[in-house]
Design a protein around this ligand. Structure first.
Ligand code: SAM
Length: 456
């Protein structure tokens, strides 16, 4: 076997042929796939081998012999390591092309039938692809005696301070930096993993793109009065902070941001975000897309592709706080919005009421179970927007009992999209896939797909 000839730390020279699902370059060494971070198609690279498996090798750049014309200088190497700003080595224009290629590659890999690639449209991106991130969820750790917000190196345990990435909203960066200084000033002890000590574990900061209202959620190991003083200082400087919660945990190990034990320590329960002339009320844990400007394009594309009619009954599956329902309700007879998470449901109910929407029924349920509950109801269109795990065979089997005329599939994972399409395309024709760049300068690839029930 080829890989028996290779040893760790050997250096091989390969040409990068394509981009993988995590943004890495993929080349081949005598037919064995070689995965190398931060490389681009067309580049000739000396690669030091760091991992060897039966079917693939992982390596790191030793030297780039031929550089891609689309390569950019990496200005924040640490932020590439923790995925916060992982595609900074490539021009935005090229990144949009590569994201479409990732979808094409996933379809090639998982879908047996021949796909007309002209159905996969160019990636819809942003005009100004910086400062778009409206929320950060960051652990806080004590490093060299100072409190730092940051992230862990992808797949590792090394903590990397992260408080000024160009993809986060500049106001979020500013507030994070001020928070760090306050935590030091008030002698806070951030969590230290090795010693299992410290009492502040993480911060979630969400800033409404449209109103600027900002919500903070601290995760604490115990009640600690000084948090109120820190919050007062923050609010004094940033009056747009209008909602602050403290969550409590006694679990040192688990990497979580929210628990069921919480209290509001300042201001309102929710912050308001505006989109499509509607107001959405966000509780801290409620799901909301991280890029509000692109979210608007994402939902508008769903309606544009579905072309719903006034008689249609629609399912908004994996609804979150039901933005899809908010975009569809006017065009159709009725929408069932199905979501499992209680706080998203609370936000959805508040938002639908606030926007005076009466033809959306909310179902708090696992999607699979909800389909069983809906029994033999007529469903014309199903809009999916599942987590990265996709739908899976069992759920698709249940969906197929309804045989909706159209399916609109919002996906955040090209691999699970392709696997699900392999099943769905037995009964549906693929009409269009529109890649959407919801996370510029990261490897994440989102898309909206339209399927229509086969005629026969
Ligand atoms: C990618 S988010 C999409 C939410 C919403 N469509 C949006 O764009 O804001 C996926 C949502 O699915 C929900 N979810 C995850 N598993 C679920 C399940 N088995 N049944 C119903 N909802 C689920 C999550 O709580 C989350 O709100």
């Amino acid at each position: 076997m080829i890989n028996e000839k290779l040893k760790l730390n050997d250096v091989i020279t390969i040409e990068i042929k394509k981009t993988g699902i995590n943004g890495e370059g993929i080349g081949y060494y005598e037919k064995l796939a070689v995965f190398v971070d931060d490389t681009l198609p067309g580049e000739i690279v000396d690669v030091k081998i760091t991992e060897i498996y039966d079917t693939r090798i992982v390596g790191q750049i030793e030297d780039i012999k031929v550089k891609s014309p689309d390569r950019l200088e990496v200005l924040y190497p640490d932020y590439a390591l923790c995925g916060a700003y992982g595609m900074q080595h490539v021009t935005y224009k090229k990144a949009l092309e590569l994201k479409r290629d990732v979808i094409v590659n996933a379809l090639n890999r998982y879908v047996k039938q021949k796909i007309k690639y002209s159905l996969i449209k160019p990636t819809v991106g942003m005009e100004e692809p910086f400062g778009y991130r409206n929320k950060v969820s960051l652990p806080i750790r004590k490093i060299g005696g100072l409190n730092k917000v940051g992230l862990y190196k992808t797949g590792g345990t090394e903590f990397i301070p992260v408080n000024d990435t160009p993809v986060q909203h500049p106001k979020i960066n500013e507030m994070l930096q001020y928070l760090e200084t306050l935590l030091d000033e008030y002698k806070f002890d951030a969590y230290i993993q090795k010693e299992k000590s410290g009492y502040i574990k993480s911060i979630v900061m969400r800033r409404s793109y449209s109103t600027g209202e900002t919500q903070l959620s601290f995760l604490l190991m115990k009640k600690y009065d000084k948090i109120s003083e820190v919050v007062s200082k923050l609010v004094e400087k940033y009056p747009e902070i209008v909602s602050v919660f403290a969550y409590y945990t006694d679990n040192y190990k688990e990497q979580i941001f929210f628990t069921t034990q919480y209290e509001k320590i300042f201001g309102k329960d929710t912050i308001n975000e505006k989109m499509n002339n509607q107001t959405f009320s966000l509780y801290p844990e409620a799901f909301w897309q991280l890029n509000t400007q692109m979210a608007d394009k994402f939902y508008s594309k769903m309606v544009e592709l579905a072309k719903p009619t006034k008689e249609d009954i629609v399912i908004d599956a994996y609804a979150g706080i039901a933005p899809v329902s908010h975009y569809f309700y006017k065009e159709v007879e009725k929408v069932y919005a199905i979501e499992v998470d209680q706080r998203s449901i609370q936000s959805a109910k508040l938002s639908l009421k606030r926007n005076n929407i009466k033809n959306v029924d909310i179902m708090q349920s696992d999607f699979f179970k909800a389909l069983k509950q809906l029994g033999d109801k007529k469903i014309d269109i199903i809009v999916f927007d599942p987590p990265r795990t996709g739908l899976g065979y069992q759920t698709i089997k249940e969906v197929l009992k309804f045989m909706p005329r159209k399916i609109v599939y919002g996906s955040c994972n090209p691999s699970t999209l392709a696997k699900d399409l392999e099943e769905l395309l037995k009964y549906y024709d693929l009409k269009e896939i529109v890649p959407m760049d919801m996370f510029p300068y990261t490897p994440l690839v989102e898309s909206v797909t339209l399927l229509e029930l086969k005629k026969a």
